[in-house]
Write a protein that binds this ligand. Sequence first.
Ligand SMILES: [Zn+2]
Ligand SMILES: [Zn+2]
Length: 364
Amino acid sequence: MLSDISEVLHVSPAEGGAETGVGFDDRAVDSAHSSSASGSAVLFKGQTFQLPRAFTWLDSDFFPEGAARVMAAPLISRRTRWLPFAFLHLGALSAFFVGCSWTAVSVAIGLYWLRMFAITAFYHRYFSHRTYKTSRPAQFVFALLGLMAVQRGPLWWAAHHRVHHRLADLEGDAHSPVVSGFLWSHIGWITADRNMPTNYLNVRDLARYPELIILNRFDWLMPFLLGLSLYLSGCALDVYCPAAHTTGNQMLAWGFFLSSCVLFHCVSSINSVAHVWGKPRYPTRDASKNNFLLALVTLGEGWHNNHHFAMNSVRQGFYWWEIDVCFYILKLMSWLGIIWDLRPVPVEAYDPERQLKRPERQLK
Ligand SMILES: [Zn+2]
Ligand SMILES: [Zn+2]
C-alpha cells in the first residue's frame, strides 16, 4: 500500500520517503509536488514523465521553493492571487455588454446546475467523504465534470475539506467565519499561498490513482476547454444558426464567466453563510447551520449542520421536507448501476435525544 502511494506521490528512494523509511513526511509531500530542481514530473508505472522547466507554470501543483515550505508559510493573503477572481468577476460583468439571448442564458443556467451537481455529488460527497462507491472510469469522469466548475482539482478540494471537518471552526480550519471572519471564509482563504498546494497526506486513498493526480495538477485544462468550446460553439451558431441569436462572446460571457462566478459564490456560501446563518438541529462542536435557501441553490448542501453531524451519509436532507436534489439524482444513478453502496443516514440522527430542543435551535 505504501509503495503504491509513494509511486503516485512521485517519491523515489533518492527523493526522500522510502530512503528514510518514514514513507510520508514533509519531504514525501514535497516530492508529490515535484519541486525538485529538475522541474515538474509525473510518475506513472515506474516511468517518470518530466515536463521541461519552461512549462512548469502549467502545473498548478508546482512550487519552486517546495510545497512543504509553502504550506508552512504565514497565513496571509497575496494580492496577486486576487487577480483571477477580479478576472472572473469582470468576465461576468461583460455579460451585460455583449447582449443577451435565450440560447446564452439557457446554457449559463444549464451549466450552473450541471457543475453544482458535480461539486456536491462528486467533489464533496464522493472525493471528500466517500459516501458511495463507483468504478474507476466513472470516478475519472466525475473528476472531469468537477474540474469544469473552475474550483481547482478534486484532490486539492477534498484535502482542504477533510481538514475542515476535522478542525471545524477551530484554529487550522482554512475557511472558518468564526475563526477568520466572513470574507476570509468566503474567498480570502484561496488567496493565501499556504492554501495553494494539495496536501496529499490528507487524500492518500485518492492519491493511489495517477490519472487523478494528473487531473489535479493540470486543473486549468478543463475550464480552458470549456471556455474555448463555448466561444467556438457561439461563433458557429452565429454563422450557421442565426435563429439562435447568439455569438461567441455571448456564450463565453454568459455560459462561462457569469455562470462560473455565480457558481463560485453559491458553493463558497457553504463555507461562509452556512456557518453563520440558519438553524442547527444537532449540537455539533462547530457553528454549522441548516439553511433552506442555501439547500435550494446548492442542490442540498445547505443542510450543513446535518452534514457536520453525519458527514459520511450520502444524504444531507435527513427528512422528506429537507429538499436534497443531489441525493435524489445520486439515488437514480444507483438504480442505473453507476454508483453503489450508498451510505445511509445513521439511525441516531433521528433520536430526539441527539437533537437540540426547539428553543435551543433558535439560540445557537
Ligand atoms: Zn462546514
Ligand atoms: Zn463535508
